[in-house]
Design a protein around this ligand. Structure first.
Ligand SMILES: [Zn+2]
Length: 233
């Protein structure tokens, strides 16, 4: 599914990329004013590294932000750290990072690398959206090589549809998300074309501190230099 057809199905859609020093190109967008934004990521690192600066920006301008991660990303554990221990480290890092930028954190318990795209997961995220009532959602772009990221993209697509469906009775009333953004992510680069930039100058240092809670950011889990890549981006 390409970006345009997705946008037509749910309302105005845009791609967001957070780069310090650049003015917002979409002045009327939901992330260009104080509003409630929800970042929905497959793994906590994706949420904080690629969407965290936008959340921090919303808090800085008086809005609100929540980070929803579908898993703890526990299977990214390095060889010297058992998966259960790394899972706890990921949870702690996310709680500290979101607290630092002033956002809320919601961590679901789907197993890393096995996040399912089905009615249960779509409705579960729908329920979180209905409870949190964000004006804008930031999530994964569709063109990813990572199956969890692909499924997250599809889950969010259906969850937003279900959330706004007045005739679908759930615990909380229907809520229409007005705007969807897709964050720039090195693993989701296929056909990704940035078209919206957010000025994060005022929150840049805070966002870097938040990212630094994650072992992955500090280069302790593998070859990819997350710190260098995303701070440069
Ligand atoms: Zn990921």
């Amino acid at each position: 599914m390409n970006r345009r057809s997705f946008g037509q199905s749910v309302g105005s859609a845009a791609i967001v990329s957070a780069i310090p020093g650049l003015s917002a190109l979409t002045q009327e967008s939901a992330v260009s004013k104080a509003s409630r934004v929800m970042a929905i990521a497959a793994h906590p690192g994706d949420g904080m590294f690629t969407m965290g600066a936008v959340l921090a920006k919303q808090l800085e301008r008086g809005g609100a932000g929540v980070l929803l991660s579908l898993s703890l990303g526990e299977r990214g554990a390095p060889k010297n750290i058992p998966v259960p221990q790394y899972s706890t480290m990921q949870r702690t890092a996310t709680e500290r990072a979101t607290h630092l930028i002033g956002a809320d954190a919601i961590l679901l318990d789907y197993p890393d690398a096995e996040i399912p795209f089905n009615e249960e997961s779509s409705l579960r995220v729908c329920d979180v959206i209905r409870k949190q009532r964000p004006e804008a959602v930031v999530t994964h772009w569709s063109g990813s090589w990572h199956k969890d990221h692909q499924n997250c993209h599809l889950i969010v697509r259906d969850a937003i549809f279900y959330a706004g469906l007045e005739t679908l009775t759930r615990e909380y009333p229907a809520h229409a998300v007005s705007t969807i953004f897709y964050a720039e992510n090195w693993e989701d680069a296929a056909n990704f074309v940035p078209d919206t930039y957010i000025d994060i100058d005022l929150v840049y240092e805070k966002w870097l501190q938040a990212c630094d809670f994650y072992p992955m950011w500090r280069g302790q889990t593998g070859f990819f230099r997350y710190n260098d890549y995303y701070s440069s981006l």
